[in-house]
Design a protein around this ligand. Sequence first.
Ligand SMILES: Cc1cc2nc3c(=O)[nH]c(=O)nc-3n(C[C@H](O)[C@H](O)[C@H](O)COP(=O)(O)O)c2cc1C
Length: 206
Amino acid sequence: MKVIAISGGSKNGSNDSMAKEALMGAAEQGAEIEFIHLLDLNLKPCTGCIACVKSLMSGGNGDCVIKDDFKWIEEKILDADGVIFAMPIFEKGAPGIFRLLQDRLCGPAHDTGINIIAGKIAAQMGKPGPDPRKLKKKAVSYISIGGSDWNTSASCDMKLSAMSGMWTVIDDEVFPWAKSIIVQDENVAIKEHADVRESEKGKLEA
Ligand SMILES: Cc1cc2nc3c(=O)[nH]c(=O)nc-3n(C[C@H](O)[C@H](O)[C@H](O)COP(=O)(O)O)c2cc1C
């Protein structure tokens, strides 16, 4: 079981700390873990060229044509069984860096339906087609950390990213007034949604 955590916060800030705290929990359960600090990567925005979709519809693998670090992080995410996203709340919602990653990672080229069809097209053409890991079951967990209680769209912004890949959301926590979260014991050890985790675990095992 591989679990990775992706933090969109500042270096060693609240989001990094919570992401690492969550990873330590996963490691205690026996998971292989990895931490990724998103702002260390060179990620360019999606240009909407749809080269990925054209590739998929003609038997290709749907890889993005932009040359940057996306392929590296995509590989980590495709490989993982679980992904923890820890993001600062900016302007009442998910930060730009998360939206940028989401456009590249959750757009049409990573949509479950499109990849099922693309697989069939590729099979008919005798080509390898899309990476089969795009259809792998994945559990995701969202952590949003704010410095005030302005967080109207944080949970919605984060959770929508689970849609196209049909990821199973096992946690979605929004922490208001949490700039010093790592010393807020009640937040670090949050037990809410344990019931959701249990029922979703059953679905993943099925
Ligand atoms: C541009 C900007 C916008 C922000 N907007 C909000 C906001 O709307 N609501 C909120 O609760 N906190 C807001 N904050 C505070 C951040 O959420 C907080 O600084 C962040 O969680 C710190 O994370 P880090 O320590 O991991 O860098 C904002 C901070 C910045 C820099």
